[in-house]
Design a protein around this ligand. Structure first.
Ligand code: APR
Length: 304
């Protein structure tokens, strides 16, 4: 099986490393900077005798090499710089997404496509539109990352093990993300029973600021270890047909009262991509926050 990654930067190359180290698939790394993609692929191959993986990886600028990929992940684009908001990125990254989708459509129209480029919900909408693919086959990675960040923050606060935290973050990948407190439990206990409202709000705020905090700490570029882990988690579920509930940025067709925009919704992922969009029972405030997040993304779409 082949997985192609468009954009051999920090997120793309770290994801490639995760895929071949786990022996999940062969990898094609495509970048406008051909020799950089080739260099990273060769560097990963030099580690194969040490780590013991047998998977193939190549770097290229030739889209012909992505033919017959089961999954294409798009990380091509500029990352956020300090002081830059996600919306500042729109004009820069929309041209890149159009160009990449044009090539993916031409060479590999049967692949499942996962968008990672920010601002995520806007780029996923654009890619969905340009690709003419069904929404089941093209969606964005963000909710899995936001959920992992929120779970980390909760576990840290309650000194719990990470696998004891059950939570889900929907909505926009950005300031309007919607952590579902009504669906958050630690060791089976509702978070609302374990912490006062004000404390939970503080944790949500910390979670909202996570991406920006990392951008500030790094000084150059944005997060890539956790984002690549989140993409890898989605890929694994698709490749192994695990039929797992995960939040993804998905083109909404009336679910939760939302239409014609890509936003984080809970879905079942499996071998066909999105197998089903799940309608969870939410608190009225959570439902209102989801609608507000979708409206905020619609406003960003007008910049396209
Ligand atoms: N085709 C292919 N690759 C491209 C194109 C293009 N048209 N335009 C840019 N690239 C490549 C760049 O050459 C670079 O190697 O995309 C890569 C992006 O890598 P980084 O700059 O390291 O960015 P990264 O940290 O990987 O983030 C990528 O994911 O999380 C998001 O906000 C982040 O939008 C950003 C994306």
């Amino acid at each position: 099986m082949k997985i192609s990654i468009i954009g051999a930067g920090n997120v793309g190359a770290t994801l490639a490393n995760r895929i071949i180290e786990s022996e999940l698939a062969d990898v094609v790394l495509v970048d406008v900077y051909k020799s950089m993609a080739q260099g990273k692929a060769l560097d990963l191959l030099h580690a194969a005798p040490l780590v013991g993986y047998q998977r193939k990886i190549m770097g290229t600028d030739d889209y012909g090499r992505i033919e017959n990929s089961k999954i294409v992940v798009i990380t091509a684009g500029f990352p956020r710089q300090p002081g830059m908001t996600r919306s500042d990125l729109i004009s820069k990254n929309s041209g890149i997404i159009k160009d990449v989708i044009f090539n993916v459509k031409k060479i590999c129209h049967t692949a499942i496509v996962i968008i990672v480029t920010n601002p995520l919900d806007v780029m996923t909408f654009l890619a969905h539109n340009e690709s003419c693919l069904r929404r089941e086959r093209i969606f964005g990675m963000a909710g899995v990352l936001d959920t992992s960040r929120f779970a980390y923050i909760i576990a840290k606060e309650l000194k719990a093990k990470y696998n004891e935290v059950e939570t889900l973050v929907l909505g926009q990948h950005g300031p309007q993300m919607v952590p579902l407190i009504s669906h958050t439990k630690v060791s089976g206990e509702p978070l609302r029973k374990l912490l006062p409202k004000e404390k939970i709000e503080k944790l949500v705020e910390e979670s909202r600021r996570s991406g920006t905090h990392i951008v500030g700490l790094l000084g150059k570029g944005s997060a890539y270890y956790a984002p690549s882990a989140a993409i890898f988690a989605m890929i694994k579920v698709i490749v192994k047909n695990e039929m797992k509930l995960m939040p993804v940025s998905c083109f909404a067709k009336g679910e939760y009262g939302i239409n014609d925009v890509c936003t984080g919704l809970p879905v079942i992922l499996g071998k066909n991509g999105i197998e089903e969009v799940i309608q969870l029972k939410l608190d009225p405030e959570e439902e209102a926050a989801l609608k507000k997040a979708a409206e905020s993304t619609k406003e960003l779409l007008s910049d396209l």
